[in-house]
Design a protein. Structure first.
Lengths: 369, 200
């Protein structure tokens, strides 16, 4: 199974290339947001300030973002849509339209999925995965399974979420929002910066559909697990994440030392980053170059998995590891090789991990072709 | 060895059912009262129950019926079990509660504003460490879930799976859970069988 095309829509740009270039230039999407609709007080977040105008006005803001991103990838491939399934991932969908009485514009995730699918006249019913912050990686694993059943040859996987008052106020109530742009793995980290965006990936059992080599990779394997520990905090021991990584390695038939680079979750909360360090240390992966991209995109929730997978593949195909923005002095217990400044590094295989509320974890491995 | 359904449970406005038999009838007025009534009638003692939102309570109680309060799974290694649950209203009850108090939000409400939290609660109660996937669909797509589960059993060394449909909104609640395992005993795991057990 291959990744053959992709798109990232974020405050850093509307194409993967624009996003990658902005990051290489040291830019970040996180900035001081002053928007009364989101918060009475200014906060640090990766909010898309410029309005989208050209898109269908019958779509909500998030649906417009999804459709824009999916349209871009459809322009790049020539896949048979009858043999293609749309797999969406989102945690909160059109939550910005939710009213106090529970009504709103397609606040049901299934209605959002139907609207997007109808917009493109896709023939197969859409699938929607909602697994908290691992949703994007989950959606790729689900799509892979659906193709493996023989029913489909291709999948369009699109993860998206908004930076909304709903999620911002919630994370603030948990005291999980950083007062400065988030600092993954840093000794002074004190929480997440929220972000928003859409990441869309096309995967296929045929690689010849690919027209942009930078998006091309082989999906080696992946797995999902649960900590069975706590609904809103990660396991102290990293037991669940370890299980996901070990299962992904076993499915990919690889050993720990065959991984050249890890793109971790790195939300910049005390507990998440600490848990990851213990996990990679215990798995003897503490020397493998690792970064978190949250310092560029913020935490985009249901979009983070797909956006970060796309960036991980880009980094692999250009033999570059982006410096973890916000990391100055490492402040985690386990040994971790966090790359602070962008370096050239030969990468054949990359491991992407995510963890989320509900105690869920996911790991997936890609290799160069 | 093939995939067999070893038990099934259901909770809806008609009551709580285990393997098709009524265990707790519903004489209650509201959803909350009904869920608490089932909890008490089944003699469950689980402190975490009281902090859950109605969706998680519903999933938890149905799973308690399904697994004989966890007895059925107690000798199964945590990493050998996975969960796949479908839902159409996501976490709308907690979403609405959070929205109503958005200027003074409560973290205890916010943590339930994700539909996969109910899977997390089951993982904690029964020590389940395998995959847990929450699908959103308008109705329960039996063929899709059946195919997904079979392919997950094939790819990974899982021995047991809890799957089904758990949905709660302002007007209604409905849960159907099944336990399927690699076994010689039990009913064959087929979409037709599931459909007939769910009566749809």
């Amino acid at each position: 199974m291959y990744t053959i095309a992709d798109n990232i829509l974020s405050p850093l740009g509307e194409t993967t290339e624009a996003n990658f270039k902005a990051i290489l230039d040291g830019k970040t999407g996180i900035h001081l947001v002053q928007n009364q609709k989101l918060s009475t007080q200014a906060f640090q977040g990766a909010f898309i300030e410029q309005p989208f105008t050209e898109f269908d006005e019958s779509l909500t803001r998030l649906e417009g973002m999804f459709c824009r991103s999916i349209s871009t990838v459809l322009d790049e491939v020539d896949i048979n849509l009858k043999r293609t399934v749309l797999v969406l991932s989102s945690t909160k969908g059109n939550i910005d339209t939710l009213e106090n009485n529970g009504s709103g514009i397609r606040v049901k995730l299934t209605d959002l999925a139907t609207r997007i699918s109808d917009y493109f006249n896709f023939v197969n019913p859409p699938v929607l995965v909602s697994n908290a912050c691992i949703s994007g990686v989950s959606a790729i694993l689900v799509a892979q399974k659906l193709i493996n059943t023989g029913k489909y040859d291709n999948a369009i996987i699109s993860g998206g979420d908004l930076l909304s008052k709903f999620t911002l106020s919630g994370f603030q109530s948990l005291k999980a929002v950083s007062d400065h742009p988030c600092k993954p793995y840093d000794s002074t980290r004190n929480g997440i910066s929220l972000g928003e965006g859409v990441g869309t990936i096309v995967i296929s059992n045929k690689k010849d559909q690919n027209r942009n080599n930078k998006a091309l990779s082989y999906i080696k394997g992946g797995a999902q697990s649960n900590d069975a520990n706590h609904i809103s905090g990660p396991s102290r021991t990293g037991a669940g994440l370890k299980l996901a990584v070990l299962r992904a390695l076993s499915q990919a038939k690889l050993t720990v030392d065959e991984i050249d680079y890890i793109n971790a979750h790195g939300t910049a909360t005390l507990f998440n980053d600490e848990m990851e360090s213990i996990t990679f240390n215990d798995l003897e992966m503490g020397n493998i170059p690792l970064n978190s991209l949250k310092g560029y995109f913020g935490h985009t929730l249901g979009a983070s998995g797909t956006i970060e997978v796309i960036m991980a593949v880009r980094q692999m195909n250009s033999n570059t590891i982006i410096g973890s923005k916000g990391t100055n002095e490492i402040g985690v217990t386990g040994k971790m090789n966090v790359i602070k400044h962008t370096i050239d590094s030969k990468i054949e295989r990359v491991l992407k991990t995510s963890s989320g509320f509900g105690g869920c974890n996911a790991a997936i491995i890609f290799s160069k072709l | 060895m093939t995939l067999k359904i070893s038990s099934f449970a259901r909770i809806d406005t008609g009551g709580a059912f285990k393997n098709g038999e009524l265990v707790v009838p519903n004489h209650q007025e509201g959803q909350d009262d009904f869920l608490l009534h089932i909890y008490k009638a089944l003699g469950i003692k689980y402190g975490k129950f009281h902090k859950m939102d109605p969706l998680c309570k519903l999933a938890f109680l149905t799973a308690e019926l399904l697994t004989d309060k966890g007895e059925i799974l107690k000798d199964v290694p945590p990493e050998d079990i996975f969960i796949v649950i479908g839902n159409s209203s996501s976490s709308i009850l907690s979403d609405t509660a959070h929205q109503q108090e958005i200027d003074m939000p409560s973290p205890a409400v916010f943590v339930y504003t994700l539909p996969n939290i109910m899977l997390g609660e089951l993982c904690i109660k029964y020590k389940i460490m395998g995959e847990n996937t929450c699908f959103q669909s308008e109705g329960y797509d039996i063929n899709f879930i059946d195919e997904y589960i079979e392919s997950t059993f094939k790819d990974t060394g899982y021995s047991h799976c809890i799957f089904g449909w758990v949905n709660a909104d302002h007007n209604n609640l409905s849960a159907h859970l099944f336990l399927v395992s690699k076994s010689d005993d039990g009913m064959h795991f087929t979409p037709e069988k599931i459909r007939s057990l769910m009566n749809i």
